[in-house]
Design a protein. Structure first.
Length: 1038
């Protein structure tokens, strides 16, 4: 009974406050007596009916009894009195059958206490049954809700009625339930019959169907449960393991009469439906043969989104970031974000010229940013729709990342000011794994955006595919259950029901700051796009759709019949909007040029000049003063807080770091520290995210120190560098590449003044995020004129670690570079290197020294524009004794080296050099070791290409010219069809005007990136080193 008491205390404040008072003040004696006896001398298990869910019910009864013994049934009164009077366990209430098995003494005692109460067991059972029934509705009522506006397909793909739901049309007899459920006891599933329907039952605190009533006849209980759970709204929430949240939802949907709308609200809803519907009608009339992925069949989406935004604005949100697919996008741009209509209409003109460089994108992919007054709340609101590719759901994590960044920059630590709304199609929401990956970011401290409202345009079809062939879950939204997000399914032909769930969804987010899903069960009036014939594949569905009255018409008729509007008013609303469209259409004809930059989703005010140009075309030195380097180095090799015990092994690492600082050198980890720490000093936020980045996969970084004695006590020395430094965020991510890289890309979109880095555990795993790389990072600027300075750190290198821990696939990144291999650019151009960077779609580097890594990270921010930076980072070089850089190469005046020329004996007598080897990255160290071993330092020069793309034509030309008698060869440790060869070779040939061949020394072509056999690995290595230093190796080909 102790459980009862604690549970009752927990439940009370949420429901009847007067009971709390009674419970704590008026009946202390009763509680004490009860508790004493039941808690210490009578185990709960001794009462046969006190188990599982029934204990909740008994608890209800007990609380009610404490308040007023007459408020509960006589049987309960006797039971509780007996209990308080000291009835032994199991005897305060006994069924006749068990009584016969009890000891005679116990039975006699119990009977004397109970007095005459022959039907007590039936009453208890009936109350338990009613409570179970209420619970059944709460759990499974949505399966019975009428969600499909077409009335032909069940939204959960299952037409059966759950066995434990008794509806008002059911006859409470055995036959009905026998049909539904094989296992039956006499009296139906619950043992209720027709005669029970008019009996009054006390309602548990876990329901709000009573309103002011604490007891209702069963017939009314069923009716109210049906009203709450089985009309046009299906609520899925009982999987949420938080009582307060469940109570909140129950209250929102069960309270009688809660779904009320004022006439003004109804008129606003109608006006919004008019806009939504007539917008599509207008486009259809003007451009009947153009694809636009119209919203017909789900016109209610527009008022739905506006309601979510209104409600959120009312609750303090002033910035909403949205992501959505093709369906209804133009309508959302026009009627939610309020993009000028002429800007949308002119996009249908095939003669419109593109003003911006780059590919541009389809009109239903472009983004938008708009600040305006929300007319309902009279508050400022900024709306941003993130541009997205065709790849469904790919924008989800990007939207989340941008939202997180906007929250971060305005100090909105709880998501009260900035929020995101994500729209989905039903097939994509169910099918795309990124949806799941994004949900798993939703509650992580460094990734949470404190709740996203998801809206699914569930038109019950995916292109031509029937949902019964497209998913294995009942609903397309089941993925949301993993994060305990409530899911509100709603029939979209009931606009008021839709508005209600949208209000509740927005309130949910602002109350609990957790994700929520609104599933708009609708239909698609046309084919997948306006050109498609849906009857080929969905004939019956579309026969029904042809008969379906548009929702606007239905709702208008309803409001006219209710006298909320009259017919002329409705017609005037329509003609008013049609006129707006017509006028905008006329204006649109004046638009001759398409400026994609008018469709920017994330402007960076102040970063560019007013006409969008960089403020300069130069980059200052990326070096630092010696004292800055030393200071960062000292903090990096210490524990900057008191009373903090670090691991002994880490002490040794820090000691080694300290020695490096004393010797004025850096290794890889320290170089990174110097870059990050110095940017923080300059007010640049640095955010490093990825799997295990805090320590570093290779245990070299240690940016988060862990106290060895106190759980969760950590220290981030990087945040203890300077008094007014920018904050440093370093966060181990969930095990997702697609989700996390998308998120960081979104984070980097928000501001140019942040260094945002994503590190792959091993570079090999970047292909799990291929879509973010292919669709956003590589072509983002070309498609959407949006720059982004994200940095990808991709550990790469052939070290005998097998096919999946060796290659970040440089060949793929290089293949996607937009520079021309066959055209030598104008090398005399001022600021050639910066212009090249400005023109490229991304920068690809493979640094061979920590110092160069330091410079390239700093250059990323000191450049007057932003480009994505792909860095192939080393593994063994992290600890390689030669991979060190002196402070001298990091002082003011120093900079990133795109090429590191040979500077040994070969460079002293270049005419004598027989071979010039070009290479990149770690293989340089293998080559120099081998050259030394062979005594060929004068015959072979080795030049490192540190920046692969844009290709340093200018510097390499100088190198090639310096060694006139040398053969040229490219050496790489990767297989020939991989790595850099295919990218470098034609560019080197162009550099030297094809005067000489460029030979190859490296591994043979292969399907896998690396061997799994250590010995083979070493054999392959030796073989290509042999080729690299065999001065006759290429004679046979020439
Ligand atoms: C990742 C991805 N795969 C396939 C497609 C091709 N495609 C475009 S729309 C579509 C159907 C989408 O159905 P649903 O998500 O229900 O949205 P609807 O078009 O019905 O609004 C498909 C398969 C795509 N755009 N993206």
């Amino acid at each position: 009974m102790f459980h009862l008491r604690t549970c009752a205390a927990k439940l009370r404040p949420l429901t009847a406050s007067q009971t709390v008072k009674t419970f704590s003040q008026n009946k202390p004696a009763a509680i004490r007596t009860f508790q004493q006896i039941r808690c210490y001398s009578a185990p709960v298990a001794a009462e046969p009916f006190l188990s599982g869910t029934s204990s909740n019910y008994v608890e209800e009864m007990y609380c009610a009894w404490l308040e007023n013994p007459k408020s509960v049934h006589k049987s309960w009164d006797i039971f509780f009195r007996n209990t308080n009077a000291g009835a032994p366990p199991g005897t305060a209430y006994q069924s006749p059958l068990s009584l016969s098995r009890s000891s005679l003494a116990t039975v006699a005692h119990a009977q004397s206490l109970v007095e005459a109460q022959p039907n007590v067991d039936k009453l208890v059972e009936d109350h338990l049954a009613v409570q179970s029934l209420i619970r059944a509705y709460q759990i499974r009522g949505h399966h019975v809700a009428q969600l499909d506006p077409l009335g032909i397909l069940d939204a959960d793909l299952d037409s059966s009625v759950p066995a434990d739901i008794i509806s008002s049309t059911d006859k409470l007899d055995l036959a009905v339930f026998k049909d539904r459920l094989g296992m039956l006891t006499v009296g139906g599933f619950y043992g209720l019959d027709e005669s029970d329907l008019d009996k009054v039952f006390h309602l548990p605190t876990t329901t709000f169907i009573g309103g002011q009533e604490s007891a209702l006849p069963l017939r009314e209980i069923i009716r109210r449960l049906e009203m709450a759970y089985c009309q046009h709204i299906g609520v899925e929430f009982m999987f949420i393991n938080d009582l307060e949240q469940c109570q909140w939802i129950r209250q929102k949907f069960e309270t009688p009469g809660i779904m009320q709308f004022t006439n003004e609200e109804k008129r606003t809803l109608l006006a919004r439906l008019v806009r939504s519907t007539r917008f599509e009608d207008f486009l259809q009339r003007k451009w009947s043969s153009e694809k636009r992925f119209g919203l017909e069949g789900c016109e209610v989406l527009i008022p739905a989104l506006k309601t979510i935004i209104d409600k959120s604005s009312e609750n303090g949100v002033d910035y909403v970031i949205m992501g959505m697919p093709h369906r209804g996008r133009l309508n959302v741009l026009a009627n939610v974000i309020r993009k000028e209509l002429e800007q949308i209409f002119c996009q249908f003109d095939s003669k419109l010229e593109a003003a911006d460089e780059g590919s541009g994108d389809m009109k239903y992919h472009l983004g938008m940013y708009h600040r305006r007054i929300n007319r309902v709340t009279d508050r400022n609101i900024t709306l941003s729709l993130v541009a997205n590719p065709s790849h469904l759901e790919a924008a989800d994590p990007v939207v989340m990342g941008k939202t997180k960044a906007e929250q971060f920059y305005c100090g909105d630590t709880e998501g009260k000011k900035v929020m995101s709304i994500l729209l989905h199609g039903d097939a994509a929401f169910a099918g795309q794994g990124i949806v799941y990956e994004t949900f798993h970011l939703s509650d992580l401290p460094s990734y949470t955006t404190h709740g996203t409202v998801h809206v699914v345009v569930n038109n019950q079809i995916g292109f031509t595919t029937d949902p019964r062939m497209a998913r294995s879950s009942p609903y397309p939204t089941d993925v949301a259950r993993v994060v305990n997000a409530p899911i509100f399914h709603v029939n979209s032909d009931d606009p008021e029901a839709v508005m209600y769930v949208c209000k509740v969804a927005a309130e949910w987010r602002s109350t609990f700051h957790k994700d929520v899903v609104v599933d708009l069960v609708c239909y698609r009036r046309n084919g997948h796009n306006e050109m498609d014939e849906p009857m080929f594949t969905q004939p019956l569905m579309y026969k029904q759709i042809r008969k379906q009255k548009p929702v606007l018409q239905k709702y208008a008729e309803l409001l006219v019949s209710q006298g909320v509007v009259n017919q002329p008013e409705y017609e005037e609303e329509i003609s008013k909007y049609d006129k707006i469209c017509e006028e905008a259409f006329t204006r649109s004809k004046d638009e001759k040029i398409l400026h994609i930059k008018h469709w920017l989703d994330s402007p960076w005010p102040g970063f560019f000049t007013l006409d969008g140009q960089p403020r300069s075309m130069s980059c200052p030195s990326t070096g630092l003063e010696e004292d800055v380097l030393a200071h960062i180095g000292n903090v990096a090799s210490s524990v900057p807080v008191e009373n903090f015990t670090i691991h002994g092994g880490l002490s040794r690492i820090l000691k080694t770091r300290k020695e490096l600082v004393t010797n004025r050198t850096v290794d890889w980890a320290l170089a990174e520290y110097m870059a990050f720490g110095s940017l923080l000093k300059e007010g640049i936020h640095v955010r490093l995210s990825g799997q295990d980045v805090e320590r570093g996969t290779f245990s070299h970084r240690h940016h988060v120190l862990h106290d060895q004695n106190v759980d969760k006590k950590t220290c981030i020395p990087m945040n203890h560098l300077w008094p007014n430094q920018a904050p440093y965020t370093v966060c181990n991510s969930s095990l997702s590449e697609y989700g996390v890289l998308g998120f960081e890309l979104g984070f980097a979109m928000a501001s140019p003044n942040a260094l945002v880095l994503w590190e792959a555990q091993f570079g090999d795993f970047n292909n799990m995020a291929q879509c973010i790389i292919d669709q956003f990072i590589c072509p983002g600027q070309a498609k959407w004129v949006r720059q982004n300075g994200i940095v990808l750190l991709l550990p790469h290198g052939m070290e005998g670690m097998g096919p999946e821990h060796s290659s970040a696939r440089p060949e793929r990144f290089l293949q996607m570079c937009n520079d021309d291999p066959d055209v030598l650019p104008d090398l005399q151009e001022n600021n050639f290197d910066i212009n090249q960077l400005y023109d490229c779609n991304w920068i690809v580097v493979n640094c061979s020294t920590p110092g160069n890594f330091f410079h390239v990270l700093r250059r990323q921010i000191l450049l007057p524009f932003r480009k994505p930076l792909i860095v192939f980072t080393p593994k063994s070089l992290l600890r390689h004794p030669e991979a060190r850089t002196s402070f001298d190469e990091m002082l003011p005046g120093t900079h990133f080296h795109r090429v590191i020329p040979e500077d040994g004996p070969a460079a002293q007598d270049p005419n004598n050099v027989k071979r010039l080897l070009f290479c990149t990255g770690k293989v340089y160290y293998d080559l120099t070791r081998e050259r030394k071993a062979r005594g060929m330092t004068e015959q072979v020069a080795i030049t490192r290409i540190e920046q692969l793309s844009p290709f340093p034509f200018d510097l390499l030309l100088k190198e090639a010219q310096k060694y006139p008698n040398a053969e040229l060869a490219w050496c790489q440790e990767e297989h020939k069809n991989q790595g850099y060869y295919d990218y470098v070779k034609p560019r080197l040939r162009t550099t030297i005007d094809r005067a000489k061949p460029v030979w190859y020394a490296g591994r043979d072509p292969a399907a896998a990136p690396a061997t799994g056999n250590k010995k083979t690995h070493l054999t392959e290595l030796q073989r290509f080193l042999d080729t690299a230093f065999d001065l006759d190796a290429f004679k046979k080909f020439s």
